[in-house]
Design a protein around this ligand. Structure first.
Ligand code: SF4
Length: 282
């Protein structure tokens, strides 16, 4: 059996920074510490933070009730109105929004003030995209060609285009080409983060030579699922592995060439555990 491990696997800069800072605050705070939604999209990590005392709040009415508390903002950001409410209620805000996401908030806000209409390539139901949308006014999210065709925009509108940080780079480029054919006055800022691009490129180049591809991470993680979808195109035997138990259902044997990839929110120890199991048991 040959096992190839991706060079770009495990925590990205934004996730690492958020976990370290949240852990530091939990260790030293005398008060309760809240996080708005899951800090990152990996249940192994968020359950660990909960066991250290982090209280995760998802309900908007509950968020509005927080007053003079310590509140952590998750890596993929929150909606502007929620941020403003937390601030107005005198909470101590620890903003761990990844700087790459924050940069999109800023550019969307600035371009909106400058009179642009904004298009976001991404998943309209993803919390990162909901956050981005909240910083604009005339702002539209598209993820396919038919959504582009239904946009209520004029060919001559002044348009600014941004991307969800974890968007599929190749699929997004196809949408950019279509948008540029449709609209005469469109400016593009490629906001897909480098971590995403590097991992997608690596999966694309390796998956075609593999018998089995294991994508270690959670199904709730957008970037992990993008890796899964890309890998599946080149290697039909691609599996998401969120714990070593998942390996039992995968037809691994000693004659296979196996690739191990991981999302940006996957802890290194989980990747190590999966690797050990693959090497020792098959
Ligand atoms: S994937 Fe990119 S944008 Fe998202 S947290 Fe990591 S570095 Fe930031």
């Amino acid at each position: 059996m040959e096992v190839i491990v991706a060079k770009n696997a495990g925590f990205c800069f934004g996730v690492k920074r958020a976990i370290e800072k949240a852990t530091e605050i939990l260790n030293k705070s005398q008060k309760k510490v809240y996080s708005i939604g899951a800090l990152i999209h990996n249940e192994v990590v968020t359950n660990d933070l909960k066991s250290k005392g982090l209280i995760e709040i998802n309900d908007v009415d509950e968020i509005k009730k927080l007053k003079s508390e310590t509140v952590i903002i998750r890596t993929h950001g929150i909606e502007k109105n929620l941020y403003d409410i937390l601030k107005a209620n005198d909470n101590e805000i620890i903003d761990l929004t990844c700087p790459f996401v924050k940069k999109i908030h800023n550019v969307v806000e600035k371009c909106t003030k400058a009179g642009y209409k904004i298009i976001v390539i991404g998943d309209k139901n993803h919390p990162e995209v909901k956050g981005i949308v909240s910083y604009g006014k005339d702002i539209y999210v598209v993820s396919n060609e038919s959504e582009i065709k239904s946009l209520p925009l004029d060919k001559n509108d002044k348009i600014f285009l941004v991307f969800q940080t974890t968007a599929d780079a190749d699929k997004s480029q196809k949408l950019v080409d279509i948008l540029q054919d449709f609209y005469y006055n469109i400016e593009v800022s490629n906001t897909i983060c480098n971590t995403t691009i590097d991992r997608q490129e690596e999966v694309k180049s390796l998956a075609k030579v593999l018998d089995i591809a294991l994508i270690v991470g959670s199904v709730s993680s957008s970037n992990t699922m993008k890796l899964y979808n890309i890998s599946k195109e080149f290697c039909p035997n691609t599996y998401i592995v969120s714990s070593r138990e998942d390996l039992k259902d995968i037809p691994i044997d000693s004659n296979k060439k196996i690739g191990v990839f991981a999302g940006a929110s996957t802890p290194q120890y989980l990747i190590g555990e999966i690797l050990t199991n693959v090497r020792d048991e098959f």
